[in-house]
Design a binder for this molecule. Sequence first.
Ligand SMILES: [Ca+2]
Ligand SMILES: [Ca+2]
Ligand SMILES: [Ca+2]
Length: 155
Amino acid sequence: MTLVEILVTIVIMAILAAGLFTVSNYMTKQSDIEMVKAEFTIIDAALEEYFDFYGKFPDPNADSEYDAGCDDIERLYYKLTLAPEAKATINKLDASLLQDDDEDGFIEIIDPWGTELEYTYDAVNGDNFPTLRSYGPDKETGDADAKDMDDITNK
Ligand SMILES: [Ca+2]
Ligand SMILES: [Ca+2]
Ligand SMILES: [Ca+2]
């Protein structure tokens, strides 16, 4: 082979490698998005079962049962485990999505990017079902901001 042929071969291989890298990044992102959607399906089912058991959805607001270090998503997981069917359902989540990163004994429900989910439910202002939000691949959110463009919710 001449030097030119070798160089052309190297360039072609580099282009192919870059293409494969882009495709595999895209596919990882798509499979993470599918994973978070499947995660919401499981949590929604657990919320329905909690509702069947208690006649209401878990209240995300702090109450005296929990210390101040227990945040919304920790409280949600804990409360779901109080209703037997909801507990069985929520524990079907992949173990990688149930973590106690701050080691306070309360499990956090996280998304495939390692960020805690956000749980909101405001029955007084007309919410008929709780909202779960993943901050998406950028791990950040912000109202009317580019950061929430890739957010994913259960709605
Ligand atoms: Ca905590
Ligand atoms: Ca914790
Ligand atoms: Ca985001």
